[in-house]
Ligand binder design. Structure first.
Ligand SMILES: Nc1nc2c(ncn2[C@@H]2O[C@H](COP(=O)(O)OP(=O)(O)O)[C@@H](O)[C@H]2O)c(=O)[nH]1
Ligand SMILES: [Mg+2]
Length: 226
């Protein structure tokens, strides 16, 4: 588990492996993790719609036994099909993003070879639990997506995703009144867990917060390419 590494609050720094074999800068890789159903795929779709006119981007999805997330993104036509790749992870979705990242690395490298050059690759983890975080060898920055319907005590309970992700997205704010979630309390708890690390409250039903997440991604990319 990656509990011991230091977490920089500055946007992604240019890592040692930031160049492709031909010397060109590789794409910035941003991971999206979080529990099943919190809205990771929907956030990927929203980011693609917000950024696809200005950036060259691609997506890798991780599903346990199916390719449903990739199929959803294809159906929604958020990107041309050649820019969406599915990795089937088998039993433990966190393994493929944290321990044995080879299938995901191959997927991002193949995308760059086949449709590159790319500015940005979004890597969605298979929905797991509150502890699954990405290896730093796979992604340069990570977004953790939770939702208000999963319980408003999730920020207080913490865990590596909530406390250390570079961006925490609290999704489905439109549902808060129906499930009795206290958004102010979630914001205060998230602040207590994360100090200066950013949090965005988002609803993909109303669109609120979508531009804030896109702006955060743009800032990461600006730091990456600087
Ligand atoms: N009401 C509401 N539903 C949402 C929101 N975002 C996603 N959903 C729905 O939540 C379900 C799970 O979303 P999905 O993106 O597949 O979750 P994932 O398992 O984390 O990838 C889908 O039915 C989405 O349409 C939101 O902001 N508000
Ligand atoms: Mg998904």
């Amino acid at each position: 588990m990656h509990l011991d590494h230091t977490h920089d609050t500055t946007p992604a720094a240019l890592g040692a492996d930031a160049r492709r074999p031909d010397g060109a800068r590789r794409a910035l890789r941003i991971g999206l993790g979080g529990p099943v159903g919190s809205g990771k795929t929907a956030t990927v779709a929203a980011l693609c719609r917000a950024l696809r006119e200005e950036l060259s981007l691609a997506v890798v999805t991780n599903d346990i036994y199916t390719c449903e997330d990739a199929e959803f993104l294809l159906r929604e036509a958020v990107l041309p099909p050649e820019r969406i790749t599915a990795v089937e992870t088998g039993a433990c979705p966190h393994t493929a993003i944290r321990d044995d990242i080879s299938a995901n690395l191959e997927a991002v490298e193949d995308l760059e070879d086949e449709v590159g050059p790319l500015d940005l690759i979004l890597v969605e983890s298979g929905g797991d639990n509150l502890t699954a975080t990405f290896s730093k060898g796979l992604v340069d920055a990570q977004i953790f997506v939770i939702d208000v319907a999963g319980g408003d005590d999730i920020p207080r309970k913490g865990g590596p995703g909530v406390t250390t992700a570079d961006l925490l997205v609290v999704n489905k704010t439109d549902l808060a009144p129906y499930v009795g979630s206290d958004l102010d309390r979630m914001a205060a708890d998230a602040k207590a867990q994360r100090a200066e690390l950013p949090v965005v409250f988002q609803s993909l039903r109303t669109g609120s917060g979508v531009q804030d997440v896109a702006a955060w991604v743009r800032a990461q990319l600006a730091a990456w390419t600087a």
